[in-house]
Design a protein. Structure first.
Length: 166
């Protein structure tokens, strides 16, 4: 309907992030993402994630460290601002493959708004073909990221503490 009212082709290539609400995960995701997949200007560049507890809280967040709120998400998911083994990234085209291929389950990162007015991205959700949803804790997400060979750098956990006094 919009195309019938404008004289230009509508371009969504600026749409780099799709955030789903947790409530939509129980529905058929293939139907939900169908329009995005059919758009040639979105399917190859868009990351997809889950907003917790909902999308509205994520969209309202305005991190003090960024002039454009979405920039913080792009820097986190694009691994240009931060590289963390706790952040699992999922492209839209990969989500479609995981939804349709046998033997592959869907893994989506979870974005939460914290009390410091920043995004917290350190957990994930696994969806299997039978519709079972499993939320992974941060350490489980890190291990999964390592097993999927998606983590380039790992944060070392110190096994001891050094105290220096003057």
């Amino acid at each position: 309907m919009i195309k019938s009212e404008v004289d230009k082709e509508i371009d969504f290539s600026h749409s780099k992030m799709i955030i789903l609400g947790e409530d939509i995960l129980g529905e058929d995701l293939q139907e939900t993402i169908d329009w995005f997949i059919r758009r040639r200007d979105i399917q190859k560049i868009a990351w997809i994630a889950v907003g917790s507890p909902g999308v509205e809280e994520i969209l309202k967040l305005k991190p003090k460290s960024e002039s454009l709120p979405a920039n913080a998400l792009f820097l986190s998911f694009g691994r240009t601002g931060t590289e963390s083994a706790y952040i699992i990234t999922e492209y839209l085209f990969d989500l479609r493959k995981r939804l349709t291929e046998k033997g592959l389950d869907t893994v989506l990162p979870v974005i939460e708004a914290n009390d410091f007015q920043t995004y917290k991205i350190n957990s994930s959700i696994v969806l299997n073909k039978e519709g079972k949803i499993t939320k992974l804790q941060p350490e489980e997400t890190k291990v999964l990221n390592i097993l999927l060979n998606r983590a380039d750098k790992l944060e070392a956990q110190p096994s001891f503490m050094i105290f220096v006094s003057s």
